[in-house]
Design a protein around this ligand. Structure first.
Ligand code: CTP
Ligand code: MG
Length: 193
């Protein structure tokens, strides 16, 4: 019983650790963001912005690169600790496509969220429950699940790893809340969500 719980806790920690390249980009985008918007200020036929001023090229590129670079550092750390099982892939070049899909997918989901927000008439920064917390996760999954199915299955569906994945899904809103409150206190975010 105790062993089972320990195994599940470890699976959750492992899931969070492996998904750091997906979890970091949105926060990094807040730090790097500003400048030219991704939609170049363009609007739809009804006059609403395609994405809005909250989605910038600096944020998109800075966020994606942060996720990939952090992911590489994580693999190096686990290499030193001799824990290949706690890496996306112990071989860095083999891990790169997955790192990119996780980090870029995260930013892609964030943009998808803004696209939907603008279509339903929500202004930049307006609250959008569930989407605000999960858009980056949905974006990363849209890319990872079909394009890296074997890797995803082996690491997040197979055996106790599924419990880790479910734990990660439950923890996402909690982590999101904590990070946004920190960002707000640092003066990096206008609103604490
Ligand atoms: N940001 C950015 N580029 C991105 C994503 C985020 O520059 N691709 C920066 C922006 O300064 C943005 C801040 O990070 O205001 C917070 O991100 P987010 O909460 O996703 O954007 P919102 O301003 O809330 O805009 P939206 O309503 O479109 O989600
Ligand atoms: Mg927001």
């Amino acid at each position: 019983m105790l062993m089972d719980i320990l195994e599940i806790v470890m699976a959750i920690l492992r899931a969070v650790w492996l998904m750091v390249p997906m979890l970091i980009p949105n926060s990094a985008a807040v730090l790097f963001g500003g400048g030219t918007p991704v939609d170049f200020g363009k609007t739809m036929k009804n006059g609403t912005r395609i994405l809005g001023d909250g989605k910038t090229w600096n944020g998109l590129i800075g966020g994606t690169l942060s996720g990939v670079i952090l992911g590489v550092i994580q693999i190096i750390i686990m290499g030193f600790l001799n824990q290949p099982n706690w890496t996306i892939n112990p071989c860095i070049t083999c891990a790169l496509p997955i790192l990119f899909l996780l980090a870029f997918g995260s930013m892609f989901g964030d943009m998808l969220g803004s696209f939907i927000k603008r279509r339903i008439g929500k202004k930049r920064g307006a609250k959008f429950p569930i989407m605000d917390q999960y858009d980056f996760f949905i974006g990363a999954m849209i890319l990872i699940v079909p394009l890296q199915w074997t890797w995803f299955y082996d690491n997040f569906i197979d055996g106790v790893y599924l419990a880790g994945f479910i734990g990660l899904i439950i923890l996402i809103p909690v982590m999101h809340r904590v990070v946004n409150i920190i960002g707000f206190k640092m003066g990096k975010k206008d609103v604490p969500w």
